[in-house]
Design a protein around this ligand. Structure first.
Ligand code: ZN
Ligand code: ZN
Length: 376
C-alpha cells in the first residue's frame, strides 16, 4: 500500500462533520508541513487550511487554487471495511477523504518540483456539505492574499467509467436551496380544537398549491426541481390538536437566476397562505448553493492536461442536479471542476456502503500537476 493510500484510509477512519473538522485539519497540516510549502494558512473560514507554493522563477502574481473538502456526512457506515469509520453516525460518504489525499499527493509533487511561473495554493476547505464552507473561506480576509486567477477542483463520480474525466462547459452542478417553512398556531385538547390553531389544513393546502402553481417552473428546465423533503407536525397521540408545524423544501435550478425565480414563486404562495391562517407562517432559506458554472478557458485547460496525460475525457451533455459549494468561488475568480469516474458498478455517493476508489489518487495527482503546466 502506498503512503497516500494509507493516508486516505486514515482519513476515512476518522471522519468529522461539516464545521467541526479540527482533527482532520491537523492531520492535513502535518502532511503539508512535510512538503515544505512557503506558507500555510490555518483556520481559514473555520478549519480550512491553505498551503502556498510560490513560483520558482518569477515574482508573478498569477495564482492557482486547487480545492479539496475536509468534511464527512451524517450517515452510519456499513462497508465493514477494516478502516471503516471510528466515529459512529459519521462517514466519508462523499469521497472527500480521497479528494484531500489527491491534494496532499500534489503537495508532494510540488515539494519535488516547484511551480515555475505560477503560485499554487492548495486549499482544504471546511463544511462543503452544508454550503457554508466556501462562503466562510471567501469572507476570511486572509483568503484575499491568495489572489487566485483560477480555481480548480474535482469530484469522484461513482456510476461512471473508472479513471475517465467527465467535464462540462457552463453549469456543472445545479444551484439549490432549502426552504424551511414554520407554522405557528396554538395547541389545544383534541376535544376542543376550536380553542387552538391547528396548522394541518393550511400545511396540506400550501403543499398542494406549491405542487400546482410551480408546475410551469418544473417543466421549464430539466434541472428545475422542487421537492418537499419533510413535514413535522404533532406527536403520535390522539388527544392533542397540534399548534406547530415545519415543512421543508429543496429547490434546484441550472442557474442562480432560475433558482431565484422559483424561490420567489414559493415565497408568494407562503405569503398568500399566511393571509388565510389565523396563526403565523414564517420561512427561511437553508443551505443555499450557487450554481457551479465552469469557465470555458478552464475546461480547455483540463482537456489539454488530460490529453497530455493520455486520460480519456468525456463531455457531459447534462448538468448534475446536485449542488457543490465550489460554485461560490466564482465570487473570487473563474472556476473549473471536473468529475473523475470511480467505476460503473459501485455504490453511489452518500450511501452507507460507499467507499472512495483509491485508484483515482494517482490519476487526480497527475491531472492536477499537468493543469499547473498548462496554466503556466
Ligand atoms: Zn457530498
Ligand atoms: Zn462531495
Amino acid at each position: 500500500m502506498t503512503e497516500l493510500t494509507k493516508l486516505r484510509k486514515r482519513l476515512h477512519k476518522n471522519p468529522e462533520l461539516s464545521g467541526s473538522e479540527s482533527a482532520t485539519a491537523s492531520i492535513i497540516k502535518k502532511e503539508l508541513e512535510f512538503c515544505k510549502p512557503d506558507e500555510i494558512l490555518e483556520n481559514l473560514g473555520g478549519s480550512g487550511i491553505a498551503a502556498s507554493f510560490k513560483a520558482k522563477y518569477s515574482s508573478t502574481k498569477k495564482s492557482l487554487i486547487f480545492r479539496a473538502e475536509l468534511d464527512a456526512i451524517a450517515v452510519e457506515e456499513e462497508t465493514n471495511l477494516p478502516y471503516s469509520s471510528a466515529n459512529p453516525g459519521v462517514m466519508h460518504g462523499c469521497g472527500h477523504d480521497g479528494h484531500m489525499t489527491i491534494l496532499v499527493g500534489l503537495a508532494r509533487e510540488l515539494k519535488k518540483k516547484r511551480p515555475e511561473n505560477v503560485n499554487v495554493h492548495l486549499l482544504f476547505q471546511p463544511a462543503e456539505e452544508t454550503g457554508k464552507g466556501a462562503e466562510n473561506v471567501l469572507v476570511d480576509k486572509r483568503f484575499k492574499q491568495l489572489n487566485p486567477g483560477h480555481a480548480f477542483a474535482l469530484h469522484n463520480l461513482p456510476g461512471y467509467k473508472e479513471g475517465l474525466i467527465y467535464i462540462k462547459d457552463g453549469t456543472f452542478a445545479a444551484a439549490s436551496t432549502g426552504i424551511e417553512i414554520s407554522f405557528q398556531g396554538s395547541y389545544s385538547h383534541a376535544a376542543y380544537p376550536e380553542q387552538g390553531k391547528n396548522p394541518a389544513l393550511i400545511v396540506a393546502e400550501l403543499i398542494s398549491e406549491i405542487e400546482h402553481r410551480l408546475a410551469d417552473f418544473k417543466q421549464a428546465d430539466e434541472l428545475n426541481k422542487i421537492v418537499c423533503t419533510f413535514i413535522r407536525m404533532g406527536e403520535p397521540a390522539f388527544g392533542i390538536s397540534p399548534g406547530k408545524a415545519t415543512v421543508g423544501y429543496t429547490i434546484r435550478s441550472a442557474t442562480d437566476e432560475g433558482l431565484k425565480s422559483g424561490v420567489q414563486k414559493i415565497e408568494h404562495l407562503i405569503k398568500k397562505a399566511a393571509e388565510s391562517f389565523s396563526g403565523d407562517i414564517t420561512y427561511r432559506s437553508v443551505e443555499p448553493f450557487r450554481a457551479t458554472v465552469n469557465s470555458t478557458e478552464g475546461v480547455q485547460i483540463v482537456k489539454a492536461a488530460a490529453e497530455e496525460c493520455s486520460i480519456e475525457v468525456q463531455s457531459l451533455e447534462k448538468s448534475f442536479p446536485w449542488s457543490e459549494d465550489f460554485g461560490q468561488f466564482r465570487d473570487a475568480c473563474p472556476i473549473t471542476i471536473f468529475g473523475l469516474g470511480a467505476g460503473e458498478h459501485v455504490p453511489p455517493l452518500h450511501s452507507e456502503t460507499y467507499d472512495f476508489n483509491d485508484k483515482l489518487i494517482s490519476t487526480g495527482v497527475t491531472v492536477f500537476s499537468e493543469i499547473i503546466e498548462q496554466y503556466s
